[in-house]
Design a protein. Sequence first.
Lengths: 232, 364
Amino acid sequence: MSNSDPIINIRDLRKIYRNGKVAVEALRGVNLDVAQGEFLSIAGPSGSGKSTLFHIVGGLTPPTSGEVIVAGENVSKVGDAGRTELRRKCVSFVFQKFNLLPNLTARDNIRVALYISGKGKAGFTAEFATILDLLGIAGRLDQKPNEMSGGEQQRVAIARALATGPAILLADEPTGNLDTANSLAVLTLLRDLNTRLGQTILMITHNVEAAEYGHRIVHMRDGRIVETADAA
Amino acid sequence: MTFRLVWENIAHRPLRTLLSVLMIAVPVTLILTLIGLSTGFVEDSRRRQNGVGADILVKPNGASLVGFTNATMPLKMVTMLEAEPHVAQAMGEVVATIGGFDAIMGIDPPAFKRMSGGFDFDSGHDFQAPDDILIDSWYADQAHVKAGGSLTLLSHKWNVAGIVEPGKLGHIFAQMAPLQQLEGGEGKVTQIYLKLDDKAHMNEVIEYLRKKYDGFPIVSMAELQSLISVDKIPLLSTFLHVIEGIGVVIAFLVVALSMYMAVLQRTREIGILKSLGATRGFIMTLILAEAFCLGLGGTVFGVVFSYGAAAAIHAVMPASLPVAIVYSWWPIAGGIAMGAALLGALYPAMIAVRLDPIEALAYE
């Protein structure tokens, strides 16, 4: 793990959702630094604010107040176009439900991500081919999602996320839809990617065992970070 | 990659794609068929006028140049006009409309033969009795009648003496005198055709006749043919504009509904693209490109269907409803369909680009 300047810097982050006249405070003054190359697990029960934090760091929704700097971009001061640019250039997502485009093969799912990021013409690099081998899906690239197991789909989703060379990989309950064996395989993969490639990973999970795969575990409750601990 | 995404979206839902394409094809077919009908009608009129072999047409005093009036010109005018300078022959004609666009042309057979060269018979023979009529092969097909059969027209039973080749004056021919009697216009004709001894004197003769026969519409056949066009028939051109408008509305609604459903069905996929960093422009391009493809498919199907419609109409009413295939209208009809398709996709595209990525990703 590298201990250089934090790649994610969050100060007094607040997020309020309004539903009619009802205001729900999802984040209540979160402060967090994530170092480059760190594998950080964010754990907490439903409604703790971990998903909201994830969405703000990923540029999927703006904060209500506070400062969020991701890979040098001040997310709290950019508009929709700026957040789109952040998703295009700096962050990639791995979701619980895989979220692959169902009409496309695994290869095309990855190509779409490359195309959108502006790296479409480069094709698959030798380095990326190594990642595909590591993920064990090099022979499954011409299959469509409905022809793959959940574990395979999640590996394709990880490959898609890594194809663009993101500064940060954001994983939202990546093992939530997988059986035990596939969960272990995916978590091991994430840790390998972090170790071998120095990939910064921010993983949300409510599973304590999964959280242990990170270097550090941040526990959240009621929109606040209540505990930070190094993994065992 | 954009094309790949669009194509996969189209191919992934073949039934929706096919229905959308077929629905867009409807207005394209409608437009092309109606244009084909109006153009076919105009071309048929021109061909038949051309087949007369005349140089100048004289219509009754105060009559319109396009369309028919009752027989009001005295037959003696035929003799008078034939005596005018450079007029080699004058031929009177009685036109009795029988409903729709059809009419019986009452002719003086020897005069008609001299001016036009006569009929080319497919079967049967020339006029022999007062109740004899000749019909061209198109009308014979339409009326399902052969030479030797009979037809009741204007509440009168006619003997079909012969079937002739189409392209001269009309589709149904009777001798002038019995038709005049039937119409109560003895000694009157509807219009008079003139053939000149030398076409070089055309303008000079027309100018002379217009002065001498003041108030009678007198035109060269070339000028008459230029007047018979879709643009110069006010009701027809208005009708066509209305049909174009209906075509635009149908294509617009079809594509709007289709693309709206597509955007709803694809909400999650749009969310995925947004999570990958797809810009609003990229997503809008995808939706509009898909609408463009649907419009293009609809145009191709519409053109193919217009051939089918033309064949069907020709099989049923070849004489009354002649249909032409008007190639120049293919891009126009296609442009209307694709323009409406893009317009219809615009609102769904706006919805797509405004989707909240988190809500879109959570969409089931």
